[in-house]
Design a protein around this ligand. Structure first.
Ligand SMILES: Cc1cc2nc3c(=O)[nH]c(=O)nc-3n(C[C@H](O)[C@H](O)[C@H](O)COP(=O)(O)OP(=O)(O)OC[C@H]3O[C@@H](n4cnc5c(N)ncnc54)[C@H](O)[C@@H]3O)c2cc1C
Length: 116
C-alpha cells in the first residue's frame, strides 16, 4: 500500500490562524519572546480517531447506550475509543479506562439482576 498525504491550503490557513491567535493571547497575558513553529506536525502524528460505534440515546443515530452497551445486543459492551462521539485535542486513553470501569460495574450489576 502506498499512501500520499500532505496538509492542504485550508489546514495551513487553520494552522497560521491558530498560531496568531495563540500568540496574541499569550502576549495579552504578559508572555515575552513567544516563539512560533514553522510548520504543523506531520499528518497522523497527533491523531485521535474515534466514533465508529458512537454512544447516544437514540438507536437510530447511535450504536451504544449511555453505559457503552449495544442498543441491539444487551450482552455486548464496547469500551474502546469508538464509543466517543467526538474528539478533542486532549489525550483520550484515561477516559476510555474510566468508561470501561464504569461499563463493567454496570454489566456486573445487570448480570446479578438477570438482565443480561
Ligand atoms: C501517534 C499517536 C500518538 C498518540 N498518543 C496518545 C497519548 O499520548 N495519549 C493518549 O491517551 N492517546 C494517544 N493516542 C490515541 C490513542 O492511541 C488511541 O485513541 C487509542 O489507541 C485508541 O484505542 P482503540 O482500542 O480504540 O483503537 P486501536 O488502539 O486503534 O486498536 C484497534 C485495533 O483493532 C485492530 N483491527 C482493526 N481492524 C481489524 C480487523 N478487521 N480485525 C481484527 N483487528 C482489527 C487494529 O490492528 C488495532 O490493534 C495517540 C495516537 C496516535 C496515532
Amino acid at each position: 500500500m502506498k499512501i500520499t498525504c500532505k496538509w492542504q491550503d485550508n489546514e495551513w490557513a487553520l494552522f497560521k490562524d491558530a498560531q496568531a491567535t495563540a500568540a496574541e493571547m499569550l502576549e495579552a497575558a504578559g508572555a515575552k519572546e513567544v516563539t512560533l513553529r514553522n510548520a504543523p506536525s506531520a499528518p497522523g502524528e497527533c491523531i485521535h480517531e474515534m466514533g465508529s460505534a458512537r454512544m447516544g440515546n437514540d438507536p437510530k443515530t447511535s450504536a451504544l447506550n449511555r453505559w457503552n452497551q449495544a442498543h441491539d445486543i444487551k450482552n455486548l459492551f464496547i469500551t474502546d475509543g469508538s464509543f466517543m462521539v467526538s474528539s478533542a485535542c486532549q489525550n483520550p486513553s484515561l477516559t476510555y479506562m474510566a468508561m470501561t470501569a464504569r461499563a463493567c460495574d454496570y454489566a456486573v450489576n445487570q448480570m446479578k439482576r438477570g438482565e443480561i
